[in-house]
Structures are given as C-alpha cells and as structure tokens.
Design a protein around this ligand. Sequence first.
Ligand SMILES: [Zn+2]
Length: 128
Amino acid sequence: MFNRKLAYYCNNNLSLEEEYEDIFDKRLPEGKMFCPFHDNTNTPAAKRYGNFIKCFSCGKTYGVYDLLYEFNPGRLAQIEMSINLDKIEMHTRKQKAKRFKVHGIDRSRSMLAILLDLRRSFEDETEE
Ligand SMILES: [Zn+2]
C-alpha cells in the first residue's frame, strides 16, 4: 500500500544513484535510459530529472520510493522500521516556494519593510 510519508522521506533523503545501482547492479545512466517499469529493449524512453525519472513511453514518473517499492520491498520495509514516520513533516510545493521568496526582494525598499514582509510570510506559513 502506498505510504505518503515514507515516499516523501525516501524521495527526499535517499540517493537516486545509490538506490538505482543497488537494485539494478549498474550505474544510473546520465542521458536517456531504459524504463524499468515497462518492457523496452530498442529505444530508451526514460530520462532522469533531479531526483526523479520520467518515462516518455509509459508516462510514469518515479523516484526512489517507487523503485524500492517495486524492486526492493525488503529494503523499503527496513527503512520504514528505522525511522519514526510520525516525526516526518511534509512540505507542500507552495510552502517551499514561500521559503525562497527572499530571492525576489525589491531592493528599492527599506530593509525594515523587507524584513517585516519576510516575517509576515513566515507567520502565514505557520498558520497553515
Ligand atoms: Zn516506462
């Protein structure tokens, strides 16, 4: 059964390269690669983007969690036992985006105004 928190933990804390190599006994290709989720031996249709792999043939996007779930469930069970899922906080895309708001500051405004805005954005975040 899909476990959201465990998936979040795996995709954000485990290395895609290391887990891929561990499962398939070969290095994660840098360019196009064969998708392990569908039969393909002629045209490599998948490619890695950051911590995920996208397959343009079957349309699946998968990360460390999906690979472990499908190809190494024993390791996934081990990981689940070794961490406290209750303590894992998941951040949504929106929250992540807010945290990086500081890069978009308007430099013509006073430092105090900027700091007050920043404080407000953090307050908003904790209210959610
Ligand atoms: Zn595929």
